[in-house]
Design a protein around this ligand. Structure first.
Ligand code: 1CP
Length: 357
């Protein structure tokens, strides 16, 4: 096996270890820039909508055969360089005691959100992660069904973003409840973040044991706090989380609206840092330094634009990456419903075509 002496390094077959995506995670040169897209399986695809007309979102996540089919279909249809497990960041909240529902058209609802410190005191970290066994079974089926050269990305929500949902009880615009809880009850906040951190580390390692080659932490809403709050309320937990991931596994650290947090996120961990479209890729990478890769950063709404606009933006991003090893092309956030599928496919082709060395 290649350069890495860690457990996962030895476990990963050569064809996967030498895939474009995993090479880029390690900042090794690749023939062309690898690309995958957040939410590459989802409502913008008619096949997904047709499946969803028969089963609810949670049923889909909890039926490993269907989740696997959804992942594999999206990755193969798009011609991307990595597949991502079909699941949701909120699934882990169920075995932690939260009553989770995905209501039609309104996104997730948690019927028993955290309201006071006593609610946290009643929680326990997931020591036995087998409650999420359906996720690992999906990982096994995906790994078995994917082309042997295509890496599989496992994922979880980062503790801050999970805490936002657990306290708000659903999506939110300003995170008033979550941030108020953080300021008003720092000890309970710390206890909650610790429980989420330890549970998430075990959950991700179980995905790795089942066959994922990389893991991405989605800290989608962390851009709602500033650097001082990140340092005090988030960074120590993220450091501990990344430190607990099996050595040799590729790690990706994603957030949105994180222009002022990037260096702090880098110091918290992750081989690759996600960039949204609000930052210039070249300036952000200069700031981060050569010790990490970057992933991003096309505006998902650019996919609604005519193909020549998409081509122009793709060329600009590739030019900003300037062939530095360690760039993984992606959107700055997930693909939105109603995105034209042919534009998504064209984007993947453009990235490969425009980045030939
Ligand atoms: O079919 C449907 O109606 C459900 C739509 C949907 C889908 C396709 C949801 C509900 N989740 C997912 C899948 C999903 N979620 C994936 C799978 C695979 C892929 O990328 O192809 C992933 C990685 C996620 C992660 C996720 N879920 C995040 C982090 C990424 C991000 O977009 O920031 C978040 C914040 C969620 C919560 C969530 N789940 C679903 C919705 C609508 C939301 C967001 C709600 C909100 O705005 O707060």
């Amino acid at each position: 096996m290649t350069s890495d002496s860690s457990t996962q390094g030895r476990r990963t077959p050569d064809v996967l270890w030498n895939s474009r995506f995993l090479k880029a995670c390690r900042r090794e040169p690749t023939d062309v820039t690898p690309v995958w897209l957040m939410r590459q399986a989802g409502r913008y695809m008619s096949e997904y909508r047709s499946l969803r007309s028969k089963v609810s979102f949670l049923e889909l996540c909890k039926t490993p055969e269907l989740a696997a089919e959804t992942t594999i279909f999206a990755a193969e249809t798009l011609g991307v360089d990595a597949a991502i497990l079909f699941a949701d960041i909120l699934l882990i909240l169920e075995p932690l005691g939260f009553d989770l529902e995905f209501s039609k058209g309104e996104g997730p609802v948690i019927h028993n959100p955290i309201g006071e410190p006593a609610d946290v005191a009643r929680m326990e970290p997931l020591t036995d992660v087998s409650a999420l066994g359906y996720v690992y079974e999906a990982v096994r089926l995906i790994r078995a069904g994917l082309p042997s050269v295509m890496p599989l990305i496992g994922f979880a929500g980062a503790p801050f973003t999970l805490a936002c949902y657990a306290i708000e009880g659903g999506g939110s615009r300003h995170y008033v409840k979550a941030k108020t809880f953080m300021y008003r009850h720092p000890a309970a906040w710390d206890a909650l973040m610790t429980i989420l951190t330890d549970s998430t580390a075990r959950y991700l390692n179980a995905q790795v044991a089942a066959g994922a080659q990389a893991v991405q932490l989605f800290d989608s809403w962390v851009g709602s706090i500033g650097p001082d709050e990140y340092r005090r309320f988030v960074q120590p937990h993220m450091k501990r989380l990344f430190a607990q991931i099996e050595p040799g596994v590729a790690t990706l650290h994603f957030g949105t609206d994180t222009g002022s947090l990037l260096e702090l996120q880098r110091d918290a961990g992750g081989m690759v840092i996600g960039l949204d479209w609000r930052v210039e890729l070249d300036r952000a990478w200069d700031l981060l330094g050569p010790g990490v890769g970057v992933q991003g950063n096309l505006d998902p709404i650019a996919l609604f634009a005519p193909l020549d606009e998409i081509a122009g933006q793709t060329r600009r991003i590739l030019k900003q990456a300037a062939g530095r090893p360690g760039h993984i092309f992606n959107l700055g956030h997930g693909i939105l419903p109603h995105t034209p599928v042919d534009h998504v496919r064209a984007l993947v082709q453009m990235v490969h075509e425009f980045s030939v060395k």
